[in-house]
Design a protein around this ligand. Structure first.
Ligand code: MV4
Length: 449
C-alpha cells in the first residue's frame, strides 16, 4: 500500500480524498495556489506545498509543479480528484514515467474514452447499446447528408474531442445540416484543435442516466447501479439521485451487467461512469468518464461503499473489497450542488463567508471545504458544497433534503440554495417526472413570472 498520496486538487474533493487516506493510514499531501493558502484542504492534509499563482494553468494544471511537489514530499501516488488533470492522458504518462502511481485508469483507457468516436466504437463492439448514427467520423457534408437521410432528422453533430455538451450542433431538418456541420467543425477546430465530427440521431426528451462501474485492472469489474442526472442547466448538473425514479431492478441489473462486462473485457482499472440517454425504455450510450465523479456520494450512500478507498486499493494492485453479489442497493439518495452563484442568472458570487453552519443528523452528509470566515477565491469553479441525503425511500430522502436545507447557514455570499427549496415545491420533482429539458424550462418560466 502507498505511504503517501499527493492530491492534485482543491476544495471539497481534496478533503474527500484526504479523509479516505486518513482512514487507510496513508499520509496526505495537499498542493495549492497562492489564492488557496487559507483553504481547508491545506489545513487538513498532513503536508501542503504551494505550486504556483492563482490561475489554474499555472498551479492545479501545471504538470511540472505537481511532479516537483511529489518528489519534494516523497509521495508515491497522485489522486487527481475530478476536473483539472483527472482525464489528461499525457499527464498520466508523465506521472508514470517518474515512477509515481496515478490513482485512476491507464493512460490508454483515458485516451480511448477521451476520443468520443473511439469510445463509441469500443462500446458498440462490447455490446453496449449506442445512439444510432454515423460509423465513425463524418469527413464531409455529402457523407453527413447521406447518414442523416439514413437515420432521419433531427440529427446532432458532435465533436469527437468534445463531450459534456461542448462542440454539439443540432440539425432539425435537411436545411439546417450544412450550417450545423460547418459550425460544429470550425468550433471543434478552434476549441480542441481537432475538427473531426460524428453524427447521431437526436433524442428529443431523454433522461440522463449514468452507470457507475469499477474495475480492478485484472479483468474483473462490478457495477453500482445508476444515477439520474437529468436535472442540468447549461450542461451543469444541479441535482442528482440514485436510484433513478425511471429504472426498476430488472432494468438496472441488465444494463449494469452489460456495462460491468464491457469494462471487465477491456481490463479497466478504477472508477468509471458510462453515460446514457434513456428514452422510451431504451438506453443509448453517449460517453464514458474515466474519473471519480462529483456525484459519486449518492452511489456511496445507497451501496454503503467508499469509492475513493476502492480507487486507492486497486491502484495499489489490491483486489476490490466487494463482489457484485455483495452490492445490495439500500434506500434512496439525493445530492444537490451548492454553488456560490446569484440567482436568477447563476452569476458567480465569490466573497467572504461570514457564517457557515452545516446541517447534520441521520442520513445527512455535507461535503464542503467551507468554514466561517473563508474567502471564496474568484479563480475556480463555483461549487462550494454538496449536500447528500439518504433515506429508506425517495419520499424520506426528499423530506430529509428539505429538513437539511432548513438547517444550513451560508451567510455572506449568495448561493443556489433557494433553487433547491423551489424544486422541492414542484409536483414533477416530487413525482420524479423530469427529463434533461425540465430544469431549463422551469427556469425560463420562473423568470417570466
Ligand atoms: C445528445 C442529446 C440528444 N440526442 N445526443 C449533452 C451533453 C453530452 N454529454 C451529450 N448531450 C446530449 N447529447 C443525442 N443523440 C442531448 C444532449 C443533451 C443533454 C444530455 C444530458 C444532459 C443534459 C443535456 C442537455 C442538453 C442536451
Amino acid at each position: 500500500m502507498f505511504q503517501k498520496i499527493l492530491i492534485a486538487n482543491r476544495g471539497e474533493i481534496a478533503l474527500r480524498v484526504i479523509r479516505a487516506c486518513r482512514e487507510m493510514g496513508i499520509a496526505s499531501v495537499a498542493v495549492h495556489s497562492t489564492a488557496d493558502s487559507d483553504a481547508m484542504h491545506v489545513r487538513m492534509a498532513d503536508e501542503a506545498i504551494c505550486i504556483g499563482p492563482p490561475p489554474s494553468a499555472q498551479s492545479y494544471l501545471h504538470v511540472p509543479a505537481i511532479i516537483s511537489a511529489c518528489e519534494i514530499s516523497g509521495a508515491d501516488a497522485i489522486h487527481p480528484g475530478y476536473g483539472f488533470l483527472s482525464e489528461n492522458a499525457a499527464f498520466v504518462q508523465v506521472v508514470e514515467d517518474h515512477g509515481i502511481t496515478f490513482i485512476g485508469p491507464s493512460s490508454e483507457h483515458i485516451r480511448m474514452m477521451g476520443d468520443k468516436i473511439t469510445a463509441k466504437e469500443t462500446m458498440k463492439a462490447l455490446g453496449v447499446p449506442c445512439v444510432p448514427g454515423s460509423d465513425g467520423g463524418v469527413p464531409d457534408l455529402e457523407t453527413a447528408s447521406r447518414v442523416a437521410e439514413g437515420i432521419g432528422f433531427p440529427v446532432i453533430v458532435k465533436a469527437t474531442a468534445g463531450g459534456g455538451g461542448r462542440g454539439m450542433k443540432l440539425a432539425r431538418s435537411a436545411e439546417d445540416l450544412e450550417t450545423a456541420f460547418r459550425t460544429a467543425r470550425s468550433e471543434a477546430k478552434a476549441a480542441f484543435g481537432n475538427d473531426e465530427v460524428y453524427l447521431e440521431k437526436y433524442l428529443g426528451a431523454p433522461r440522463h442516466i449514468e452507470i457507475q462501474v469499477f474495475g480492478d485492472g485484472e479483468g474483473n469489474a462490478v457495477h453500482l447501479g445508476e444515477r439520474d442526472c437529468s436535472l442540468q442547466r447549461r450542461h451543469q448538473k444541479v441535482l442528482e439521485e440514485a436510484p433513478s425514479p425511471a429504472i426498476d431492478p430488472e432494468i438496472r441489473a441488465r444494463i449494469g451487467q452489460t456495462c460491468a462486462e464491457a469494462v471487465a473485457r477491456i481490463g479497466y482499472r478504477g472508477a468509471g461512469t458510462i453515460e446514457f440517454l434513456y428514452e422510451n425504455g431504451e438506453f443509448y450510450f453517449i460517453e464514458m468518464n474515466t474519473r471519480l465523479q462529483v456525484e459519486h456520494p449518492v452511489t456511496e450512500a445507497i451501496f454503503g461503499v467508499d469509492l475513493v478507498r476502492e480507487q486507492i486499493r486497486v491502484a495499489a494492485k489490491q483486489p476490490l473489497s466487494f463482489a457484485q453479489d455483495d452490492l445490495l442497493l439500500n434506500g434512496h439518495a439525493i445530492e444537490v450542488r451548492i454553488n456560490a452563484e446569484r440567482l436568477p442568472n447563476f452569476t458567480p458570487c465569490p466573497g467572504t463567508v461570514a457564517t457557515y453552519h452545516a446541517p447534520g443528523g441521520l442520513g445527512v452528509r455535507m461535503d464542503s471545504a467551507l468554514y466561517s470566515g473563508y474567502r471564496i477565491p474568484p479563480y475556480y469553479d463555483s461549487l462550494i458544497a454538496k449536500l447528500i441525503v439518504h433515506g429508506r425511500d425517495r419520499p424520506e430522502a426528499l423530506a430529509r433534503l428539505n429538513r437539511a436545507l432548513g438547517e444550513l447557514i451560508i451567510d455572506g455570499v449568495d448561493s443556489s440554495v433557494p433553487l433547491f427549496r423551489a424544486l422541492l415545491d414542484e409536483p414533477d420533482i416530487l413525482r420524479g417526472d423530469y427529463t434533461i429539458h425540465w430544469l431549463e424550462r422551469f427556469l425560463s418560466q420562473a423568470l417570466e413570472s
